[in-house]
Design a protein. Structure first.
Length: 404
């Protein structure tokens, strides 16, 4: 990616205090940090955020997840369960623009760190609150992880095949969606404050409703037509051909040729131009009615060819198609390389550390991965000493009492 104009990043000068742990809050902090916000992550002394331990694979004794989720952030340790720690948090937040938290609703209020308390100190504060069910409603006090939000938001019910239990997506989708909406809410609230002269406010995101926001027309389908969308495997009913097809080398290829003009090109490319004129396949509705038989014919064609051959034929015909990428494919793919989708950052312990780059891509003021996730409390002296003015004696006392 190109260098930012005048060396400035779009969120440079914005100070974010990140509280909470795991994914739903920290991924929001990651997104803001990627675009230049100063994100000060508060972690409990000792073990820190559990994300420091999560992840199946490790390198040099460290998880390979933490360097990504905590990239571009500063780490300080602070015991928020103690009054002295809460007071230091207030001092820090009084000079912040944004607070990001994903505790169960009511937790911060018990510590005197709720929005009503903090907004007295800092009227312009934007507080992003990510939780399972949001800050209001009859479920608000229930524990809610991403998997539960995915279930309540509806995506689990429509994922997978109808003849077996619904699976989960292989990533923490609900948490990441909620965090993304949280980041959107943060920059929207900051724009309102800065450009409209508005005050601070709360950005309230429930994980389930972040999932619900992606659920297309499922609500009116039921409310107006009495239809409950279910699991349909690799297809969308009545959208054909659009499926995952087997190939001769034991792999799969995804082909989407459901638009009329594209289907005509597809039919000619696979040697069956007559399909485009056949009344069973000539229109979108007709192809939907004969989806299964059409997929069987296409599978018979792809099974005789390797993935690369299928993709070459589709590319020449202008038909959308692609293979199922693994991490190995991503690292080796020329388009990924040209777009700098994978960036390598130097980690002080692991060394060269490849990870996904910043999204979205801004041409004038792009984001940047500047460093990997920091050591626990790495920035205590910088933040508590340099920012809050504590001296060495103060810091020693705080460490001795288990506050930092």
């Amino acid at each position: 990616m190109s260098a930012p104009e005048n060396g400035a990043r779009p969120l440079e000068g914005v100070r974010v205090v990140e509280m909470g742990s795991l994914l739903a809050g920290p991924f929001c902090g990651q997104l803001l940090a990627d675009f230049g916000a100063e994100v000060i992550k508060i972690e409990p002394p000792g073990k820190g955020d559990p994300m420091r331990q999560w992840g199946r694979h490790r390198k040099e004794g460290r998880t390979l997840w933490w360097p990504i989720i905590a990239r571009n952030k500063k780490s300080v340790t602070l015991n928020l369960r103690e009054e002295e720690g809460q007071e230091l948090a207030r001092r820090l937040i009084s000079g912040a623009d944004v607070v990001v938290e994903n505790f169960r609703p009511g937790t911060l209020e018990r510590w005197g760190l709720g929005y009503e308390d903090l907004s007295v100190l800092n009227p312009g504060l934007v507080m992003v609150r990510v939780s399972g069910y949001g800050q209001t409603g009859p479920y608000k006090d229930q524990a809610g992880f991403g998997a539960i939000g995915e279930s309540m938001g509806g995506i689990r019910h429509v994922t997978g095949f109808s003849d077996r239990p619904p699976p989960r997506v292989g990533i923490s989708l609900g948490d990441s969606l909620a965090a993304t909406f949280g980041a959107l809410g943060a920059v929207t609230a900051l724009f309102h404050r800065e450009a409209r002269g508005g005050s601070g406010q709360v950005v309230d995101v429930g994980i389930y409703e972040a999932v619900l926001a992606l659920m297309e027309s499922t609500i009116p389908e039921y409310a107006l037509a009495g239809h409950v969308r279910g699991r349909t495997g690799a297809i969308l009913p009545f959208v054909a051909p659009s499926n995952t097809y087997p190939t001769a080398d034991g792999d799969y290829v995804v082909i989407g040729a459901n638009a009329d003009t594209v289907f005509g090109r597809f039919a000619r490319a696979v040697g069956h131009p007559e399909w485009a004129e056949d009344e069973r396949y000539a229109t979108h509705h007709a192809r939907g009615e004969h989806q299964e038989e059409l997929d069987e014919m296409i599978s018979a064609w792809t099974k005789e060819r390797a993935v690369d051959e299928v993709l070459e034929v589709m590319m020449e015909a202008g038909v959308p198609a692609g293979k199922l990428f693994t991490a190995k494919d991503m690292v080796e793919d020329p388009h990924y390389a040209a777009r700098e989708n994978v960036v390598t950052v130097e980690d002080p312990e692991i060394g060269a550390f490849p990870m996904q780059n910043v999204v979205p891509r801004l041409t004038g003021t792009p984001g940047e991965v500047r460093w990997t996730g920091p050591a626990l409390g790495q920035h205590n002296d910088e933040v508590f000493g340099g920012l809050l003015g504590l001296n060495e004696e103060d810091m020693a006392g705080l460490r001795e009492r288990g506050i930092v």
